[in-house]
Design a protein around this ligand. Structure first.
Ligand SMILES: NC(=O)C1=CN([C@@H]2O[C@H](COP(=O)(O)OP(=O)(O)OC[C@H]3O[C@@H](n4cnc5c(N)ncnc54)[C@H](O)[C@@H]3O)[C@@H](O)[C@H]2O)[C@H](O)CC1
Ligand code: K
Length: 528
């Protein structure tokens, strides 16, 4: 959920506008349950949490005030035509203190309510922290037998973690008891905002944008649950399919008081007599993210490695990787979290038998592997399992080596594709056996596996300079040491391209892969 919210902000839509749309949609629906009969009062109790679920509640209250303000005989008797009616009263119960409200958008909306409640006696605001204050409010609600009682649960939404803490737990228990005791009363409704706070028995749930969030188990309604009312709040479908800073914020954080090696150990398996630089570029990129990076390669690479004290080396005998290295490098790989395979490996029968044999071992060891460049070209795909621990980083030609057809990709980026939420409408071929994550590089990178798909729009034509593919592989490998494959692929593509965009502004198109590599810490810091 937060990933989409934040990525929508990345697309330029401020969260406070989303909250406004959400809160208004709540008020528009709740207004239909208000009673406008003589002698009947509407009493709306809005229980608000300290996160954005509570924020939605604040916005809903403000819009509800508009629905409660209608002229009536009392107003006329005051000789004014528009005086807030006495027929409705809204009581906001904040489950905590104002200064504990978490987000900017919630704080701002709470401030507005405070300003209104100073002038309009129909709006009361109570800040409660301990459970027994809740009991007094419940007793108060029980007294109003004839009034139309609407209870709005804006306590917790998709951000809930673990078991309910106080005073939320008492509120939920007491509201459920009230509901049970007064079950015959048609004039008492509990309406939940976005999701039911854990355990509450809501009559109605007004939820936003969609019925369930794949990456957030707090929201998994099914379509035929009659209590659910779905409200669109202005989030276009693409917001769920674009890689943005929401994805970066969801990355696991580097633990500040960690020890050497806690933040990832990566083994780079690449290089050959001719191409000894490629694995070093990947390794250097990776070393900006993890603690320990070792390059296993031929002598030429080892000689070049001497210029980079931050990298460790492991020399293999010969000019190319071959069958005889499978056991040795598989053994070595056990000490590492992630293996980067392919940069500068060379394409010949030796490297072919090494890559296929080595990947079988990696699959047996359940090792995370980023498979790039030459390794992609030499795999025997007829006898290959796309394991979920593998990330591929092909460009278009390598993608076709893998047995895919570029004509099946409707690239969302240049508008000739569909933005629907079904992978097959974007990639119309059977990828049900693709557990691996594929980062298909292009003007817009497409990152997908059989369950997920996202598009990355960072980057520019300057990225075609040699070596940026090796840098991308290193970034993804570094992230992969502490995150799962899909988010590592997405964020690696985003960081690589975003770095290139910054360099384009600074240097025009003539930046190099080393410039990108050296800019990575700066970009990581922006989004940390
Ligand atoms: N894109 C949309 O659909 C929009 C949804 N909005 C609303 O935002 C909430 C999610 O907000 P968030 O701040 O991430 O989380 P919550 O408000 O649900 O809760 C966080 C809040 O609660 C505290 N907390 C967490 N766990 C517990 C617990 N077990 N017991 C007590 N308290 C808990 C935590 O400390 C935080 O203070 C979504 O549901 C929508 O309602 C946007 O407003 C509009 C766009
Ligand atoms: K709720």
């Amino acid at each position: 959920m937060n990933i989409t919210d934040n990525n929508f902000e990345y697309l330029g839509m401020p969260k406070i506008v989303l909250m406004e749309n959400a809160g208004k949609s709540i008020a528009d629906e709740v207004a239909t349950y208000l009673k406008h009969e003589k002698g009947i009062k509407n009493k709306i109790y809005v229980f608000c949490g300290l996160g954005n679920n509570g924020g939605d509640g604040f916005v809903a209250v403000r819009h509800l005030m508009g629905y409660c303000d209608y002229t009536d005989e009392i107003s006329k008797s005051f000789g004014v035509t528009r005086f807030p009616s006495l027929h409705s009263e809204i009581i906001v119960i904040l489950l905590g203190k104002e200064m504990e409200i978490k987000t900017y958008e919630s704080k701002e909306n709470f401030k507005i309510l405070k300003n209104i409640s100073e002038l309009d006696f129909r709006l009361k605001i109570k800040e409660i922290a301990c459970p027994n204050e809740v009991l007094k409010i419940i007793e108060e609600i029980k007294k109003y037998k004839k009034d139309n009682i609407i209870i709005i649960d804006a306590m917790l939404g998709t951000g809930i973690k673990g078991e309910l803490r106080e005073p939320f737990r008492t509120v939920v228990n007491e509201l459920n008891n009230l509901k049970n005791k007064e079950s015959k009363r048609s004039n008492l409704k509990i309406i939940s905002v976005d999701t039911e706070t854990k355990g509450i028995m809501a009559d109605i749930v007004i939820t936003f944008h969609k019925y369930k969030w794949d990456n957030n188990l707090n929201k998994t309604f099914n379509i035929d649950d009659k209590r659910i009312i779905l409200k669109k709040i202005g989030i276009p479908p693409i917001a769920e399919y674009v890689v943005g800073w929401g994805d970066l914020k969801a990355l696991s954080k580097i633990n500040p008081d960690s020890h050497k090696g806690d933040n990832g150990k990566v083994l780079v398996v690449g290089g050959s007599k001719e191409f000894f630089g490629a694995p070093i570029l990947s390794a250097l990129a990776c070393s900006k993210i993890v603690d320990l990076v070792t390059v296993a390669s031929v002598k030429n690479t080892m000689d070049a490695l001497r210029n980079y004290p931050e990298l460790m080396g492991y020399e293999i005998e010969g000019d190319y990787f071959g069958e005889k290295h499978i056991t040795e490098i598989s053994e070595l790989s056990k000490k590492y979290d992630v293996i980067l395979l392919g940069n500068g490996l060379g394409v010949n029968k030796n490297t072919k038998s090494f890559v296929n044999g080595f990947l079988k071992e990696m699959e047996t060891l359940n090792k995370k592997v980023v498979i790039d460049a030459d390794a992609i070209k030499v795999i025997d795909y007829n006898n290959f399992n796309f394991s979920e621990n593998f990330i591929f980083t092909p460009h278009k030609r390598e993608f076709e080596y893998m047995g895919f057809d570029m004509n099946n990709i409707k690239n969302m980026g240049n508008g000739n594709g569909s933005n629907s939420d079904n992978i097959n409408n974007i990639i119309d071929m059977d990828i049900s056996n693709i557990d691996s994550t594929i980062v298909l590089k292009g003007k817009y990178d497409l990152i997908f596996n059989k369950n997920n798909i996202k598009i990355n729009k960072t980057g520019n034509a300057g990225m075609t300079v040699g070596g940026t593919g090796d840098v991308l592989c290193g970034i993804i490998g570094g992230l992969f040491s502490k995150n799962d494959a899909f988010i590592s692929g997405c964020c690696g593509a985003f960081i690589n391209g975003y770095t290139g965009d910054l360099l384009l502004k600074e240097k025009g198109y003539c930046y190099t892969a080393m410039d990108v590599l050296n800019k990575i810490p700066h970009v990581l810091n922006i989004f940390n």
